[in-house]
Design a protein around this ligand. Structure first.
Ligand code: HEM
Length: 410
């Protein structure tokens, strides 16, 4: 570590890896304050800590509807949703109550819109209005997001810490498996929350090592997908229920939210592309996805505002990569490169998974003329046999790889 480079580095006031050294900011209180600002949990990362699983108020009606989602015929949802009173979310005050309401309204709205293959382009007022109001208060769009179906959709199954879902869609074990594995992948990122806030070179190196460990653990958890998620059920059922109404040939004009707007609204469906963890790693490691920026940045609109803010704060920090380049410290450079390689590896693994769960079943569905072939991805892949999707994901992977520091350090 040279004095010059430390001085340049530490003179920049920021929040995360780039904290001024002389501020002694590693105290538990300050760390906790930052966790609170960005609504992240020391133990659970971006997951909502201890989500509520039920309401005591009138919203319990909604819970009843949702918990039956897996069992009842969707025509019943259609009928019941139309008959439901228009609930007012005014009585919901706590953040966790609002998140549960968003989750419940999200699940039931997806069930309503995609019921048994006959998509409904109008969301009845009883769903649309409370969903709109709750969404406005949370700063989330009125559609089921990753922040709902994964981050806020869990409960402890038993005192040993085993987790279960609050709500699930039809699709049996595949649906449950998909959300739980995603939850485990997300949780594997949580130790990084400690690592992103350090004050000196050793701290930065150790922080990068922790990020690498987390990325490797994320990949290990990701592998469970293959034991618990069946491609045909994923593609033929679950994917449809999480589909949105933007870039979707089944609902080209979007969905009309009755009682909210006279025009249909276009919104993307839930996708792990809305995971704040991966975008935080990109921001931290200064990986800039130039061509893919529009889609990835748009996905931030589907994240809780505090998480979005963390990505933006990290992106605005003095670039860590430039700092490492200026330091001529081979240990630090190696720690950075290991981190980037682990992210490339995770993205490669993800690419293969997408081939198995989206491209191959999609090609099969096309060959047998299934009308749902084109739905289910947030990206527009219509008529391209999924090639846009693969081009996009490969390009994101390649940009990650380009961040590797190849220069010989003197
Ligand atoms: C069966 C499992 C999975 C499938 C089939 C799948 C599919 C996809 C698809 C189709 C996209 C393109 C965007 C979209 O249309 O939604 C995407 C993007 C993305 N997915 Fe997944 N995904 C899976 C699991 C996961 C998991 C567990 C994570 C980790 C949190 C993840 C993280 C991402 C990220 C971060 C992107 C944006 C591109 C990037 O930054 O590399 N995915 N995924």
């Amino acid at each position: 570590m040279t004095d010059k480079c430390t001085k340049n580095f530490v003179s920049q006031p920021t929040v995360a890896l780039h904290r001024p050294a002389d501020m002694e900011t590693n105290s538990k209180e300050t760390l906790q304050a930052d966790f609170d600002v960005f609504d992240i949990s020391e133990d659970f990362g971006f997951l909502l800590e201890e989500p509520l699983v039920g309401f005591t108020l009138i919203f319990s009606l909604l819970m009843m509807q949702c918990s039956h989602l897996r069992r009842i015929l969707f025509c019943h949802i259609l009928d019941k949703s139309k008959q439901m009173p228009v609930l007012s979310p005014d009585l919901l005050s706590d953040h966790r109550e609002l998140r549960l309401a968003h989750l419940a309204l999200g699940f039931i709205s997806m069930g309503y819109v995609w019921q048994e293959g006959q998509h409904a382009p109008i969301l009845p007022k009883a769903l649309a209005l409370p969903f709109w109001l709750v969404s406005r208060r949370l700063g989330l769009p009125p559609i089921l997001t990753y922040a709902d179906s994964v981050l806020a959709n869990w409960k402890l199954k038993d005192p040993t810490g085993n987790m279960d879902l609050i709500f699930s869609f039809p699709g049996g074990d595949t649906c449950r498996g998909f959300f739980i594995v995603s939850l485990l992948v997300e949780m594997a990122a949580s130790p990084v929350m400690h690592a992103i806030k350090v004050s000196n070179l050793t701290g930065i190196k150790n922080g990068l090592i922790k990020v690498t460990q987390s990325l490797k653990k994320m990949k290990e958890k990701f592998k469970f997908m293959h034991n618990h998620v069946e491609p045909a059920a994923f593609h033929g059922k679950l994917r449809i229920f999480v589909s949105g109404w933007r870039d979707n040939p089944m609902l080209p004009r979007g969905v009309l939210y009755e009682g909210v707007s006279d025009e249909p609204i276009l919104l993307s469906g839930g996708s792990a592309a809305q995971s704040s963890a991966i975008q935080c790693f990109d921001a931290l490691l200064c990986i800039k996805h130039e061509e893919e920026t529009a889609f990835l940045t748009r996905m931030r609109d589907y994240m809780p505002p505090a998480h979005r803010q963390l990505i933006e704060t990290l992106s605005a920090c003095p670039p860590l990569r430039d700092f490492i380049l200026s330091c001529s410290n081979s240990d630090l450079c190696q720690a950075y490169n290991s981190c980037v390689s682990a992210l490339v590896d995770l993205r490669n693994y993800h690419l293969n998974t997408v081939t198995k769960y989206v491209i191959i079943p999609g090609n099969y569905a096309q060959s047998v003329g299934c009308p749902f072939r084109g739905v289910g991805t947030a990206l527009n892949t219509t008529g391209t046999g999924g090639s846009n999707l693969m081009v996009f994901l490969k390009s994101v992977r390649n940009t990650t790889q380009k961040a590797l520091i190849l220069e010989r350090l003197s």
